[in-house]
Write a protein of this length. Sequence first.
Length: 277
Amino acid sequence: MKVTVAPGAGFCFGVKRALKIAFDAARKGDGPIVTLGPIIHNPQVVAGLEEEGLHVVESLDSLEDGTLVVRSHGLPARLLEEAVAKGLAIVDATCPFVKQAQDRAAQLEAEGYAVVILGEEDHPEVLSMTGNLKGQAVVVDGPTGLTQIEDAARVGVVCQTTQPLEHLKAVVDGLLERTGELKVFNTICEATFVRQERSLELAGEVDVMLVVGGKNSANTRRLRELCEEAGCDAYHIETKDELEPGWFEGKEQVGITGGASTPQWIIEEIVQALEAI
Ligand code: SF4
């Protein structure tokens, strides 16, 4: 059985940067160091960071001092203001590409466009985009969601940075029929675009794809769907312990890719486990 790892699988630029910033903050140890929600969507990495002194909290309520590390997904303005009002030190690890998407959404709003965001309504990155607007945005997860948009003369579109390009094109197509003026910012980040392209290329060549990453990682889940659409069996796993030998019976080629928050060491462990199978 031949095993091939997709080029570029593993941590993206924004995740590496956020982890370095978080580690540095934890090393300084200035009061409790926390993130609001996990810094990245990978339970194994988050568990390691906990040991280094970076703790995950679900709300700011119980905090009276310390440092809040803003994770790569960014934060809504309301929560940032709450943290500052409590006197917490802020260390901002928002990915610059997420920041750019936030700024583009705010720009569209300031220019008078009705803002449409392509993404997952409850995803922290989308919440950070909507939460930095003065008014409301409509969040859609694909062209079917466009029915909730009342006819607007001027519509502006941005998207969650990890959306597939095909989804953005489909939403833009759908909007063209509903509005007189459309302004679109393609805020899909380069790292996501390249990862999806390379994973799809590999999925087209193998019998089975393993897509490695946190079950809570939206970009990993999407990567698995894309690989399956490419026509091969595709499984989403977090660690080597989830491998099932039955998946590989009669198969000759296995491909591996990983989400933006998947560390290289987990991918390497899976390659070794496959060699044993
Ligand atoms: S996937 Fe892109 S936008 Fe998201 S953290 Fe990585 S580099 Fe930044």
